[in-house]
Design a protein around this ligand. Structure first.
Ligand code: ADP
Ligand code: MG
Length: 239
């Protein structure tokens, strides 16, 4: 069974097409890492899956539900999204950053929301920071809170857009470690990242974007043995 089906997706900003007919089928439990040069359309692609940017053309099915005007709100409740910048509310305590969407959007009773929030904080190793404010935490800890917030909704699919690229180098590892733990629990994940070692350890499949298209995909081994010159060049520039 597929967690995400994308068929011939086209996304444009005005006349500028940036996703140019992408198809992708993600199995339940599969971990897909998306790589590609800056500006190749990775973020637009990910965002368009839940219509944060509305596609111009194509079909998207998430968790068995075709994304459309009538289903969008429901589909979004099934998708956890983590952005490069953590997007936490600075005036709310860590716990309330997680509880608020559960109560407001997911309509959970407060007691259950708090339970789920604590459980999610435990998963990312931040139970002891529940009552802190985001700005009292390091960048890595803030991103782990954002990951906990996404997990607390118990998503069918977790989508992460360069979750470590805004972090100081010494904070990257703790976030990758948390993501690796989550991956091992069987969550379906779509992750844009350039962390090659992480991709090697976690990904079932690596998808390489260029100029709005998938130009190469395969098991993580393609990172060591690319078929296309484009991926070879991209990887050379990473090291
Ligand atoms: P990536 O995530 O691979 O770096 P993006 O999806 O962010 O690529 O961007 C793809 C292209 O779309 C780039 O040319 C970028 O300038 C353009 N773009 C991204 N966001 C917007 C936007 N909100 N409005 C107009 N153009 C955009
Ligand atoms: Mg991007």
């Amino acid at each position: 069974m597929s967690a995400v089906v994308v068929e011939n997706l086209v996304v444009a900003y005005g006349d500028h097409e940036v996703v140019k007919g992408v198809s992708l089928n993600v199995r339940k439990g599969e971990k897909v890492v998306i790589m590609g040069p800056s500006g190749s359309g990775k973020s637009t692609f990910l965002r368009s899956l839940i219509w944060l940017v509305k596609p111009k053309q194509g079909r998207i099915v998430i968790d068995g539900v075709e994304v459309g005007p009538a289903t969008l709100a429901k589909v979004r409740t099934r998708v956890g999204f983590v952005f490069q910048s953590y997007n936490l509310f600075p005036h709310l305590r860590v716990i309330d950053n997680i509880v608020l969407p559960l109560v407001k959007v997911h309509k959970l009773p407060l007691s259950e929301a708090r339970e789920r929030a604590m459980e999610a904080l435990q998963l990312v190793g931040l139970l002891d920071k529940a009552n802190a404010y985001p700005l009292q935490l390091s960048g890595g800890q803030q991103q782990r809170v954002a990951i906990a917030r996404a997990l607390a909704i118990r998503p069918s699919v977790l989508m992460l857009d360069e979750p470590t690229s805004a972090l100081d180098p010494e904070l990257v590892e703790e976030v990758l470690q948390v993501l690796e733990d989550i991956a091992r629990r069987g969550t379906t994940m779509l992750i844009v990242t350039h962390e090659v070692d992480f991709a090697e350890d976690v990904a079932d499949r690596v998808v390489f974007f260029e100029n709005g298209k998938i130009v190469e995909e395969g098991p993580p081994e393609i990172l060591y043995n690319p078929r296309t010159e484009r991926l070879r060049q991209f990887l050379r520039r990473l090291h």
